[in-house]
Design a binder for this molecule. Structure first.
Ligand code: COS
Length: 400
């Protein structure tokens, strides 16, 4: 099941064999091969990460794929956000280009709160534009002193006659200084912890918002710090209930955590495909690398790690799509998404490392796919809830 199909003229093509699993429906089985064929035709120059993201977004919009980031009532492909479609999209895109996956995912994560809790006017103003690639979205939750501990955030939104006045900063913001709008989380009741946070839509050019400070990371993608200095927002900028922002952030993350697992899975499958192709080609000691039992055992280990990650990822997405318990408390699929994200990102790191080892010196050569995957995978164990946060979620669920 981890197998890949024959090498495409432009590289390796992922298999869609896993779509036969009972987690998927007919529309998933129809969409996946179309996406695989479309992805294999895309060639984007990724030397400049910001320009490449814009390029990918236009292509993803043109291919109709961004429509999976919003519901059908607002220009989306399906009646509601479908975790399994997101998983298929991210796994396939990440196999080809982690930056394509990033560009896709941020449209969904950045607009997710508006989809879940926006007013009809907010949904009409933002969601069709997100689906068509006319507006770039971003999700602004983390702060310099509040990453895993969301409830510790210090950014404040104080009620004023005109609406709310925002002061503070957000950091590690994906699509920072590229986005057209941000969904920003801020304290509206500073002493109420998780129950005192609200979400707001802030347009990129809004006075009082400074996003010029870019952050450079080992696997380039657009990131910035946002600073709010008396940024006055109209009352209509509030998304969802006042003080209901923590749950809204968690609900949004619940959707996308399973898809981060899928992105990791796509990268692991690509590393595996590269390793298998290399093992069959590479000659040493009078045979191919693949002829060594040591290689076969290593490939077997990689395959098992990938399969474990795949099943948890698909189950988490399926569980969320089929759940009817939205709203009350922490839902059961939160733990499923945590298991999937933890396992898929950790396993992918190991698989990619094993693949790199098989490539020997070439594995660390800049410009080799395996070298960039080695850098690409690392941040997935940190963002959208570090592995330790997933362990915490699982531990709390066990004790409940
Ligand atoms: N869906 C709905 N409600 C949820 C929820 C979920 N997934 N998770 C928590 N809640 C609710 C809880 O039910 C609780 O509700 P009540 O106040 O009514 O009891 C409330 O939210 C607070 O929950 P909890 O006590 O578990 O919150 P903590 O402050 O302990 O935080 C963690 C829990 C650590 C899990 C959370 O802060 C987290 O996910 N942190 C990581 C954040 C992250 O991913 N950052 C990266 C940003 S994007 S790059």
């Amino acid at each position: 099941m981890v197998a890949f199909e024959h090498p495409h003229p432009h590289g390796l093509v992922p298999s869609t064999a896993h779509l036969e699993l009972p987690f998927f429906d007919a529309h998933h089985r129809q969409m996946a091969p179309e996406l695989v064929a479309w992805s294999a035709q895309q060639q984007v120059d990724e030397t400049d990460d910001r320009a490449a993201c814009r390029d990918w977004l236009q292509r993803l919009a043109g291919g109709g794929w961004l429509r999976y980031c919003v519901p059908a009532a607002h220009g989306g492909a399906l009646p509601a956000l479908d975790s399994r479609s997101l998983v298929i999209l991210r796994e396939t895109l990440a196999f080809h280009s982690p930056l394509a996956d990033f560009a896709f995912a941020m449209q969904g994560l950045g607009s997710g709160a508006i989809t879940l809790a926006g007013t009809p006017a907010q949904q009409a103003a933002y969601l069709p534009a997100v689906a068509a690639g006319r507006k770039i979205a971003a999700f602004a939750l983390s702060e310099p002193d509040a990453g895993s501990d969301v409830a510790a955030m210090a950014t404040q939104a104080v009620p004023v006659a005109a609406g709310y006045r925002l002061n503070g900063s957000k950091t590690w913001i994906s699509n920072g200084d590229l986005a057209d709008f941000y969904v920003v989380f801020a304290k509206t009741e500073p002493h109420a912890g998780a129950r005192g946070i609200s979400a707001f839509i802030v347009d990129a050019r809004h006075p009082g918002l400074d996003s010029h400070e870019h952050i450079h990371v080992m696997a380039p993608h657009p990131l910035a710090t946002l600073r709010f200095n008396d940024c006055t927002l109209p009352a209509e900028a509030l998304v969802g209930p006042l003080h209901g922002g923590f749950k809204l952030a968690m609900q949004t993350l619940d959707i996308f955590r399973a898809s981060v697992a899928a992105a990791a899975l796509g990268m692991a499958r690509r590393a595996f495909a590269e390793a298998v192709a290399h093992a069959k080609r590479r000659q040493m000691f009078g045979q191919t690398l693949a002829d060594f039992q040591l290689t076969q055992a290593r490939l077997g280990e990689m395959s098992a790690l990938i399969e474990a990650a795949a099943l948890l990822t698909y189950r988490a997405a399926w569980q969320r799509d089929c759940s009817h318990t939205r709203g009350a408390g922490t839902p059961a699929y939160t733990a499923a998404a945590a298991s999937a994200k933890l396992t898929a990102t950790e396993n992918a790191q190991r698989v990619i490392d094993m693949a790199l080892q098989m490539f020997g010196g070439r594995g660390v050569q800049v410009g080799q796919k395996i070298e960039s995957l080695y850098r690409d995978i690392r941040s997935l164990r940190i963002y959208e809830g570090a592995s330790e946060v997933q362990l915490l979620i699982l531990g709390k669920a066990a004790l409940r």
